[in-house]
Design a protein around this ligand. Structure first.
Ligand SMILES: CC(=O)N[C@H]1[C@H]([C@H](O)[C@H](O)CO)O[C@](OP(=O)(O)OC[C@H]2O[C@@H](n3ccc(N)nc3=O)[C@H](O)[C@@H]2O)(C(=O)O)C[C@@H]1O
Ligand SMILES: CC(=O)N[C@@H]1[C@@H](O)[C@H](O[C@@H]2O[C@H](CO)[C@H](O)[C@H](O)[C@H]2O)[C@@H](CO)O[C@H]1O
Length: 367
């Protein structure tokens, strides 16, 4: 018997054939019809996949999403419009911020005593005497090489793992100003992160023990002070005074081979506006809770005030549940290492996305 009789056809088979039992197994086109109904389903599934792919494609081609996920790196220099970053910055930080000096100056603490409303890291209140001594042996000028540029193209290089195998080194080196953070190395990582460092933000605990290897001879080493001891540390280093070991959460270098002419002190105003305008953090916090922006977010804030065009690379942490993903391009540590740091990285991601969406900054890596 080639086909089962109607009586012996199972319920499943009946359902598959449809409720109208006009398809007798004896009917010569039964096999053909059965095949067509199966291929209908396949066609339908194929069409569905096609629609999903088309929707995804058109969304991803939308400019704002492209900027979000990746920014095509062109061989040519991006067009740079004078004052563009400042215009964007004023939308986020207000107009007053443009009057602020980038680096602290002796005259503002020696001749006139510039009053500050907040203590470190958001102001200089209470640390003026130590600061005065540091400003007397350091400089505040913006180098002529930056000053003379018609348009300042800057890139802020975060320390994130997504720079690994990025091959962005050549692209990064082409910017006029390359801003790096903390002890992030370049030696051995040139292909991915470049070798040019115009500005490096650091604090005593994040200073690389061998600044000559990881910087250029003219790199500006910009101290971000979080506490009065940070001023004291730089003073003892530059004036070769007796070092103090206590008061730091991690042992900073005791010998630090740098030229005092390379050192600058970042105006804490930028820390204040990064905390207030980007993260809505309370500036006056109880002693125990010390929430603060990351050095990277601070660097983006600074770049929006110093530059005309601001690109970023190497920003973005793994999701909180991702306990094994390493966070840096140069060492094997995870998010766990940041517990107790006073950073809210998910809130920072929202702030960075906002800046990407409004076009204030562009991203060379994915975010
Ligand atoms: C243990 C600890 O305190 N780690 C802090 C370290 C540490 O002090 C230094 O690396 C020196 O060793 O410094 C921090 O940050 P860190 O030096 O790790 O990174 C510099 C900046 O890059 C951005 N970043 C980093 C990794 C990543 N996966 N995504 C990112 O976006 C961030 O903006 C970050 O600020 C800091 O200063 O902010 C913040 C970290 O919390
Ligand atoms: C009071 C005190 O020293 N707190 C330390 C934090 O400043 C420090 O955070 C670290 O403080 C730095 C400033 O010194 C930077 O803000 C850095 O991003 C941040 O991670 C953590 C590190 O695990 O240790 C605490 O004991």
């Amino acid at each position: 018997m080639l086909y089962p009789t109607n009586a012996s056809v199972s319920l499943g088979q009946q359902v598959a054939r449809g409720s109208r039992d006009d398809t007798s197994p004896q009917e010569p086109f039964y096999l053909l019809r059965n095949m067509t109904s199966k291929s209908h389903w396949k066609l339908l599934a194929l069409a569905l996949v096609l629609v999903v792919v088309m929707v995804w494609y058109s969304i991803s081609r939308e400019d704002r999403y492209i900027e979000f996920f990746y920014f095509p790196v062109s061989e040519k220099k991006e067009p740079c419009f004078q004052g563009e970053a400042e215009r964007q910055a004023s939308k986020i930080f207000g107009n007053h911020s443009r009057e602020q000096p980038i680096f602290l100056q002796l005259k503002d603490y020696f001749w006139v005593k510039t009053p500050s409303a907040y203590e470190l890291p958001f102001g200089t209140k209470g640390s003026e005497d130590l600061l005065l001594r540091v400003l007397a042996i350091t400089s505040y000028s913006i180098p002529e090489s930056i000053q003379s540029l018609e348009c300042r193209r800057c890139v802020v290089v975060g320390n994130g793992h997504r720079l690994k195998n990025s091959s962005l080194g050549g692209v990064i080196n082409k910017y006029d100003v390359v801003i790096r953070l903390n002890n992030a190395p370049v030696a051995g990582y040139e292909g991915d992160v470049g070798s040019k460092t115009t500005i490096r933000l650091f604090y005593p605990e994040s200073a690389h023990f061998d600044p000559k290897i990881e910087n250029n001879p003219d790199t500006l080493l910009v101290l971000v002070a979080f506490k009065a001891m940070d001023f004291h540390w730089i003073e003892t280093i530059l004036s070769d005074k007796k070092r103090v070991r206590k008061g730091f959460w991690k042992q900073p270098p005791l010998i630090w081979d740098v030229n005092p002419k390379q050192i600058r002190i970042l105006n804490p105003f930028f820390m204040e506006i990064a905390a207030d305008k980007l993260l809505s953090l309370p500036i006056q916090q109880p002693r125990k809770i010390k929430q603060k922006p990351t050095t990277g977010l601070l660097a983006i804030t600074l770049a929006l005030h110093l530059c005309d065009l601001v690109h970023i690379a190497g920003f973005g942490y793994p999701d909180a549940y991702n306990k094994k993903q390493t966070i840096h391009y140069y060492e094997q540590i995870t998010l766990k290492s940041m517990a107790g740091s006073g950073h809210n990285v998910s809130q920072e991601a929202v702030a960075i996305k906002r800046m990407l969406e409004m076009g204030a900054v562009k991203n060379l890596t994915y975010f």
